[in-house]
Ligand binder design. Structure first.
Ligand code: SF4
Length: 117
């Protein structure tokens, strides 16, 4: 595990344990992208959910930064996140678990910019 991914994992520990941590859309996306990019050295490329899923998640999250995210973007983020449950080892499983924590606790931050009436 690299120093960077160690730091990001500590951030997730805080998110899980401390409900007082409040993030806005900008900081959430920035932290998520930093986390996912920090996982690259750990990804061996042997299975699709992790190898391709993480890259696709990053692409979708960047749509929030360039204001092109839609409800489908969020739907695809959810599908890719849950698909990480079928990863072959703990690297992909942990990324999926952490992404599920974010979706569970910060869903409104990702939903608000793309909601439709
Ligand atoms: S989940 Fe494990 S086996 Fe699959 S690509 Fe990631 S590191 Fe490799």
């Amino acid at each position: 595990m690299t120093d960077k991914s160690q730091n990001i994992n500590e951030l997730f520990e805080k998110w899980i344990l401390d409900s007082e941590i409040k993030l806005n859309e900008e900081s959430l996306i920035k932290n998520l992208l930093s986390y996912l990019e920090g996982q690259h050295p750990e990804i061996c490329g042997k299975c699709t959910p992790c190898r391709d899923g993480v890259i696709k998640l990053e692409t979708l999250l960047k749509r929030y930064q360039d204001k092109t995210a839609t409800l489908k973007t969020l739907d695809d983020i959810e599908k890719l996140t849950y698909n990480l449950r079928s990863s072959r080892c703990s690297v992909g499983l942990d990324i999926g678990k952490n992404m599920e924590v974010v979706l569970e606790n910060h869903y409104h931050i990702l939903y608000d910019p793309v909601k439709e009436y």
